[in-house]
Design a protein around this ligand. Structure first.
Ligand SMILES: Cc1cc2nc3c(=O)[nH]c(=O)nc-3n(C[C@H](O)[C@H](O)[C@H](O)COP(=O)(O)OP(=O)(O)OC[C@H]3O[C@@H](n4cnc5c(N)ncnc54)[C@H](O)[C@@H]3O)c2cc1C
Length: 185
């Protein structure tokens, strides 16, 4: 079982948490409900009727908790990456996860503190591959932090899902899909 820490409780972080928790890993999401989703009203999230961003967040958090993730109403104060060791610090805890997903939103002080290179010519864009991998092993950046000019809830959620499947594939050593079928009568 891998220990995976997610910084950020917006749609990106919560989507990653859902996929990872469904696979029986130890998943902890840090966030204080300061997401801009609380200012949004969604008419453009495929498959979901018009809903306030706050109601969306409540439903998403319940789904993630029911899948087995732990949500902590805390801020991550610092992250260090030395060799293969990742160290995450809050006001009350220090731990070393196997994987770290940063879904910090528009401001990304932790990604910047790690020295993740900012793309030339684009202020505050963290270069990642299509699964959110950064230049630091086992650290991912997703959602608005990775693509500030394409900030939509469904895009952040997709980024979180892609990073989660990449981590699961690394853990399993093979490509992993999370596919369910309807229960048979
Ligand atoms: C006014 C407004 C209206 C919008 N309307 C729409 C809309 O109609 N449809 C749509 O699709 N999108 C809309 N959006 C955009 C949408 O809200 C964003 O695309 C989405 O919230 C991005 O999700 P995210 O997970 O990438 O980042 P965020 O939602 O920004 O989440 C990041 C979270 O990480 C937390 N965090 C950061 N650092 C730390 C730390 N160190 N420790 C713990 N937590 C941390 C932040 O507090 C925040 O809660 C709107 C945005 C605004 C501002």
């Amino acid at each position: 079982m891998a220990q995976i820490t997610i910084v950020g409780d917006g749609p990106g972080g919560l989507s990653a948490a859902l996929f990872l928790a469904r696979s029986d890993n130890q998943v902890t999401v840090y966030g204080t409900d300061a997401t801009v989703m609380n200012f949004a009203f969604l008419n453009n999230y495929l498959g979901v009727d018009a809903i306030s961003g706050t109601d969306f967040q409540i439903a998403a958090k319940n789904q993630v908790i029911n899948a087995g993730a732990t949500l902590l109403d805390q801020e991550v104060t610092s992250v260090k990456a030395e060799g293969n060791a990742i160290t995450v610090e809050t006001a009350s805890d220090v731990h070393s996860p196997d994987f770290l997903i940063l879904g910090e939103g528009k401001q990304m002080p932790i990604a910047q503190s790690l020295g993740i290179q900012v793309a030339a010519g684009e202020d505050d864009v963290v270069p990642v591959d299509q699964n959110g991998r950064t230049s630091i092993e086992n650290i991912y950046v997703i959602g608005r932090s990775a693509r500030p000019t394409r900030s939509q809830a469904i895009i952040s959620a997709g980024d979180g899902a892609a990073a989660a499947l990449d981590i699961l594939s690394k853990i399993e050593g093979r490509d992993v899909q999370d596919w369910d079928s309807p229960p048979k009568d």
